[in-house]
Design a protein around this ligand. Structure first.
Ligand SMILES: [Zn+2]
Length: 458
């Protein structure tokens, strides 16, 4: 049996009747959707470089900085970002709309007086009115220097986080021309450096307005391919940070306790999303190694995925493999022979392109897929050495052609076997006590939904 879910899953891209088990060390077959591959190829490092250099040209994008100048400061930056999204939306036949998400942030530790802040939400409406799913890709456009309260210095923020902003923008440009059954939101948020305020506002809104957010992808610091230590060079790997035990949000305490009591602490919705990203990203992007990091975020750091986790949504953070901390949150200067500052010449635009392509493949595959199966249960009414699973078809949107039942050893990070069924149940000759399982919907073209980890049912 292959140790890598990837090989196993890529091998089985063709539809087979009933249950199918993989032979040992299966040969890898990669089946790509030509339309998704075409979009992936259209993501351009030249455009990404143009966006990042333009964002840097505003000198400062500090959240509390100038909003009156036409050429510098956070106000000019957000107006330019919005105008660019509107230019992309012109290709969408009216399906893509661009809006400021405006709110007043009260005084807080890093906000010295109430401040009017503006996120940019670019919404590519799904074509199926019954399909309520929403996918979000996000980066923060604000920047900072050594003193987080100083709005007036030169704070280019090329990597942190013009790189992530460029991912959302370049994806909007490519995807505006396409249609998907589910909705995709390309988001550029502000206030991250002051305390995740922009993303918190959107996450709270999403919860209050019952948005069906199926996944949120946060790109923050995705452009640097060498560590502070010069021997750390890596333009191939990207980290996906995902939490294990879900953040306890109001009302989900029982659910979290139930998950943990049966060993599901490695199968939170965000962890399933991370595995899905590895499988899908590596299917479409060459020379890409998606590294699953089993943590919510790095030490001493946070990001815009966290407010979404706190509202109970699946969310992950993407960040380059090795960070150069002389280029983050630093005044531009030379000290003891070391250059500091987050300047665009230190961004590897081909690497940002690779990360953007990974994001695109995941969003396109998810937004094209049927919704997840509902009420996925593992039957525990008797003590047996088999595994019986049952579920319901997704309530809304297109009907799946079938389902994959995913299986892995309890000690394995990735799914190892995949059984295709067209029914809404499965009976496997493997003990539920000895393996982990999940179920995902799949359409006739092979687009898979996120996997759902089963709950015990009678
Ligand atoms: Zn950042």
């Amino acid at each position: 049996m292959s140790l890598h879910m990837n090989n196993a899953m890529k091998y089985l891209k063709f539809i087979l009747p009933l249950f199918f088990c993989l032979p040992a060390m299966a040969q890898t077959t990669i089946r790509q959707d030509a339309a998704i591959k075409q979009m992936v190829d259209e993501v351009s490092s030249k455009n990404i470089e143009t966006i990042i250099r333009k964002l840097v040209s505003f000198k400062s994008r500090h959240t509390l900085g100038d909003t009156t100048s036409k050429t510098t400061g956070v106000g000019a930056a957000r107006n330019w970002i919005k105008a660019e999204y509107e230019r992309y939306a012109a290709d969408s036949h009216g399906r893509m709309t661009v809006k400021f998400d405006t709110f007043t942030q009260p005084k807080s530790e890093r906000v010295n007086a109430p401040a009017k802040l503006k996120n940019i939400l670019t919404i590519l409406k799904g074509t199926d009115p019954k399909d309520t799913r929403v996918y979000i890709v996000s980066g923060h456009y604000d920047s900072r220097m050594s003193d987080v309260m100083d709005p007036n210095g030169d704070e280019p923020g090329a990597n942190d986080d013009a790189s992530g902003t460029a991912v959302s923008m370049e994806l909007a440009r490519v995807m505006a021309k396409r249609s998907f059954p589910a909705t995709i939101i390309f988001m550029s948020v502000v206030g991250e450096e002051q305390g995740l305020y922009g993303s918190t506002h959107v996450a709270n809104r999403a919860k209050a307005e019952n948005w069906n957010v199926d996944a949120m992808l946060n790109n923050d610091i995705v452009g640097n391919t060498h560590g502070m230590e010069t021997d750390l060079k890596d333009n191939r790997s990207v980290r996906v940070f995902s939490e294990g035990v879900p953040t306890v949000a109001a009302g989900n305490e029982k659910q979290v306790a139930g998950l943990v009591s049966l060993g599901g602490e490695n199968d939170s919705p965000s962890r399933e999303l991370a595995r899905y990203i590895k499988e899908t990203g590596e299917r479409y992007v060459d020379q890409l190694d998606v590294k699953l990091i089993y943590r919510r975020d790095r030490y001493l750091r946070g990001g815009d995925h966290i407010p979404f986790l706190q509202q109970g949504f699946a969310a992950v953070r993407f960040t380059e493999m090795n960070e150069d901390f002389t280029r983050q949150h630093q005044n531009i200067r030379t000290e003891n022979g070391i250059d500091y500052g987050d300047l665009p010449d230190f961004v590897d635009f081909n690497y940002v392109q690779k990360v953007a392509r990974m994001n695109l493949s995941v969003l396109a595959n998810l937004a094209s897929a049927p919704a997840e199966p509902q009420n996925v249960g593992i039957i525990t009414s008797g003590l047996t050495n088999r595994t019986q699973l049952k579920w319901d078809a997704p309530a809304n949107g297109k009907k799946p052609a079938g389902y994959y039942v995913l299986m892995r050893e309890t000690t394995s990070p990735y799914w190892e076997k995949k059984f295709y069924v067209t029914d809404d149940k499965a009976d496997l000759a493997y003990s539920k006590d000895n393996y982990f399982f999940a179920v995902q919907s799949v359409d006739a073209d092979g687009h898979e939904s996120l996997p759902v980890y089963p709950k015990p049912v009678k």
